[in-house]
Write a protein that binds this ligand. Structure first.
Ligand code: SER
Length: 342
């Protein structure tokens, strides 16, 4: 069996941690991991090579591309939605220009290797923008082609990069005498808020759920920045990793789209609190809505229609709300903070 080489950007982020763990367990591949900051030790040990650098450094990317033949690129690096509102031009550079750099590396790789390169992209429910709560409640499960009117820099960046990916896959250099064909096999999933037991997100707007959990496990008070009735879809990190891997390995002819919704459960903030409180009865949570971040969350759908994923590549989350907390999150955070003695 030939060893595959996989490039992962944003490797030190939440999805990166989970993905690298899973891929290295599978074996049979070399992981080239890239991040702005040095990788955590546990992740580093699982990689063939670690590159500390910026995806905006096209020279660095080009050098990398001369040193490896990549079979697939998982482009995870991004500034999340709250951080992106605070640094909009930086977010645009990282989330859009950075993605463009990676797509260019993918076409270069395709040219050098004479074959199609897979490009796996985590998009987000932030691409949706519902105008008000009444519309959100009425909309219910949102389909991939509805409400594509994001109101955040991050959502705009994600939606545009989806379009860039489709362009590179279908129309790149379409005016050339011999337009290249089949250079990039672009596949994206629009993730809901993700909750991991191993890491905490930085700079997202769905962070209230994971923060509530980790703070309760650490026995620290937490002021939740959204109202109790706030509702968006969430997913446990192991399911998010499975979604990326399953979409990656699905036969191309089965895929009716390039971008897919994936859903798992969609609790209100109060429901998340109740389930955490059952496990940590002393958890000290207050709801102190920040109306600005609340407005962002209110523009995201309460649920997504993921029937295309279910039909095309057999998407089925392992964890519903109860299982996510009872079988995965709560036992794992208990262990994590007990060991660390926090
Ligand atoms: N979790 C992300 C955020 O909150 C959305 O994809 O920004």
């Amino acid at each position: 069996m030939s060893i595959k080489t996989i490039l992962i950007t944003g490797a030190n982020g939440e999805i990166g941690h989970g993905l690298i763990e899973q891929l290295s367990e599978q074996g049979g591949m070399h992981i080239v991991a890239m991040d702005m900051v040095p990788l955590d030790e546990t992740v580093r040990l699982r990689c063939h090579r670690v590159v500390t650098g910026d995806i905006l450094d096209s020279h660095l990317l080009e050098t990398l591309s001369t040193e490896h033949n990549f079979d697939a690129i998982y482009h995870l690096a991004a500034l999340l939605s709250t951080r992106a509102e605070r640094q909009p031009t930086l977010a645009h550079r990282v989330n859009v220009d950075g993605s463009l750099n990676l797509l260019e590396i993918a076409v270069t790789q395709s040219r050098l290797q004479g074959r199609e390169i897979k490009f796996i992209y985590p998009s987000s429910i932030a691409v949706y923008g519902l105008p008000d709560i009444a519309t959100k409640q009425k909309a219910g499960k949102v389909r991939e082609d509805q409400w594509l009117t994001p109101r955040t820099m991050y959502g705009i960046n994600k939606l545009y990069t989806e379009q860039l990916g489709k362009y590179y896959a279908n129309y790149y250099r379409q005016l050339d005498a011999e337009p290249p064909k089949g250079q990039i096999d672009f596949r994206g999933v629009r993730f809901p808020g993700l909750i991991s037991a191993a890491t905490l997100p930085t700079g997202g707007t769905s962070d209230y759920a994971p923060e509530m959990l980790h703070m309760a496990a650490k026995k620290k008070p937490y002021a939740c920045f959204v109202r109790e009735d706030t509702c968006i879809p969430f997913m446990a990190m192991p399911d998010a990793i499975s979604a990326l891997l399953n979409l990656q390995s699905a036969p191309l002819e089965k895929l009716s789209r390039m971008i897919y919704n994936v859903g798992a459960f969609n609790p209100s903030a109060a429901e998340v609190f109740r389930i955490i409180q059952k496990a940590f009865p002393k958890s000290d949570v207050t709801f102190e809505a920040d109306y600005r971040r609340q407005a962002i969350i209110d523009s995201w759908p309460a649920d997504v229609d993921d029937s295309a994923s279910r039909t095309d590549w057999n998407w089925k989350p392992k964890y519903d709300l109860e299982r996510a907390f009872e079988d995965y999150l709560i036992p794992a955070v208990r262990e994590r903070y007990a060991i660390k003695g926090q």
